[in-house]
Design a binder for this molecule. Structure first.
Ligand SMILES: C[S@@+](CC[C@H](N)C(=O)[O-])C[C@H]1O[C@@H](n2cnc3c(N)ncnc32)[C@H](O)[C@@H]1O
Length: 475
């Protein structure tokens, strides 16, 4: 295709896409970029592609813009049981070991297909688990499937696929796990569909791991054929965050062409005769960092716990060093009662490491003395939700709202829970309340207790989840 766009425009556009979406368009791929931008400009309502690009470059991309660009600029190529050796290793070694370790305990497993496209990878994982676990109803199995391509996510939710998606599949797959849906189309059976949750998540930008996107405490993450489209620094940042989203001993799986992208220290390559997977090893013990010495004037304190030492714990937490932050907080208080602020941080450290029982225990103990703290009830709801105890989570969210009816995130999470449990009218009410409360924030304001979610982001998620929710009523 002859080049229509000039060099400075293509240079700026490719830099912008790398920052906002992680996508890498080096000069050799500029013709792909132009080819994708022509229909994308039409979808945005522009006759001239140059005008569309100038408009896009003028601000941060919104989620809607990312979704449209993703539809034209990313490659959603995928199929069931792609790279069969990896699924053999999962079925014969990784998952049986994890199931053995959890059986009789909390009986939960969390897996994530990051960059899932239309969902074939996520359903392949679900099918392997379905084959391995006979007493499925006794387990809390959660498979998260995320992407930036809204059309691909919608296809995944529907679970209907054509023959091309089965090009590498074992013979038993269609027979046992699909029902025929017209000529040449097959739908994943409902029990397997229910195991997978499809959500929008931009690996280049969104905050993860996080309780909000349910993207923390993962046992296995598959992020295959995604990093290869990212610039090396972006791929490095994504691997770092995926590593933090894993529990100790968890596994990261990338495609063979992406091994060069994995340099993160705590990830150990483990070879399985034809497949290399990465395991997150427990970090070597590090004594808690000593709080920096204080100037004389500040040192006159009734308690040895200083704002600086707490700040130090918060910084560690921000860097994903949950183990170290928790050790520091415990050392600082050394058996004394921990006030609610640092205690909330300590609980989040446990939750983000997947130690949900410890997090819940601490939360309950703190609530004994801080019954009227809405943020603690909200945190309890997040933990319960992650443990699959949705009814109790609902109860805690209602308590949080009773204590603080303006807790915007509680309305937001309640709205989501109502959607998932098939109560759209209640969901609309909560989303409307959340949107009305969000009016008080600037777009870039980080919402309280949100782990980095901005007001604009929550607004966008609500609008795309329920376009007709409007703040006209705060009912
Ligand atoms: C080739 S598909 C991989 C599908 C599947 N993982 C597999 O290996 O079969 C790549 C997917 O990555 C998604 N993707 C690209 N950039 C992304 C980003 N910044 N965040 C999330 N997903 C992204 C694309 O939309 C596309 O669906």
């Amino acid at each position: 295709m002859p080049q229509r766009l000039n060099e400075p425009t293509l240079t700026r556009l490719s830099g912008f896409l790398a920052r906002e979406m992680g996508l890498m368009f080096p000069r050799e791929r500029w013709s792909d970029l132009e080819r994708g931008m022509i229909p994308a400009a039409k979808a945005f309502g522009f006759a001239a592609v140059e005008e569309c690009i100038a408009w896009l470059l003028s601000a941060h991309l919104t989620r809607r813009q990312i979704e449209i660009l993703a539809a034209f600029l990313t490659i959603g190529e995928t199929y069931f049981f792609r790279d069969p050796r990896v699924f053999e290793v999962l079925e014969q070694q990784i998952l049986p070991e994890l199931l053995r370790a959890r059986r009789g305990g909390d009986q939960r497993l969390r897996l994530w297909s990051a960059g899932c496209a239309s969902g074939e990878e996520a359903y392949s994982i679900a099918i392997v688990l379905h084959r391995l676990v006979r007493d499925l109803d006794q387990w809390n199995l959660f498979i998260l499937a995320t992407d930036i391509n809204a059309a691909a996510l919608a296809k995944g939710r529907g679970g209907v696929y054509g023959d091309w998606s089965f090009r590498n599949a074992p013979a038993w797959l269609k027979e046992h796990y699909f029902t025929r849906e017209g000529e040449g189309h097959y739908q994943v059976i409902a029990p397997v569909r229910r195991m997978v949750s499809f959500e929008y998540l931009n690996l280049a930008e969104d905050s993860y791991p996080s309780l909000y996107s349910n993207s923390n405490a993962m046992d296995v993450i598959m992020c295959r054929n995604v990093l290869m489209y990212f610039a090396p620094e972006m791929a490095h940042m994504v691997v770092d965050k995926l590593n933090r989203a894993l529990v100790q001993g968890g596994w990261l799986i990338v495609s063979p062409t992406e091994h060069a992208r994995i340099a993160a220290e705590p990830l150990e390559p483990v070879s399985f005769d034809g497949a290399i997977l990465y395991r997150k090893e427990a970090p070597p013990y590090q004594p808690p960092e000593v709080a920096p010495p204080l100037p004389e004037a500040e040192a006159v304190q009734t308690t040895p716990v200083t704002a600086k030492s707490l700040e130090c714990a918060e910084t560690m937490y921000g860097k994903g060093e949950y183990h170290e932050a928790a050790a520091l907080l415990s050392a600082l208080y050394d058996g004394a009662v921990i006030p609610v602020g640092p205690m909330t941080l300590l609980i989040r450290c446990h939750a983000n490491r997947g130690e949900l029982d410890a997090a819940l225990e601490l939360c309950d103990a703190t609530l004994e003395r801080e019954k009227m703290d809405p943020a603690l009830h909200f945190l309890r709801a997040e933990i319960l939700q992650e443990k699959g105890r949705s009814e109790e989570a609902l109860d805690s969210l209602n308590r949080a709202l009773y204590l603080d009816p303006e807790l915007v995130l509680a309305h937001f999470v309640l709205g989501n829970l109502c959607i998932w449990s098939g109560r759209p009218e209640k969901a609309r009410k909560h989303f409307r309340n959340a949107l009305a409360l969000l009016e008080r924030y600037q777009p870039d304001d980080i919402l309280p207790d949100s782990e980095g979610m901005t007001a604009a982001r929550v607004r966008e998620i609500i609008r795309s989840t329920m376009p007709d929710a409007s703040p006209s009523s705060t009912g």
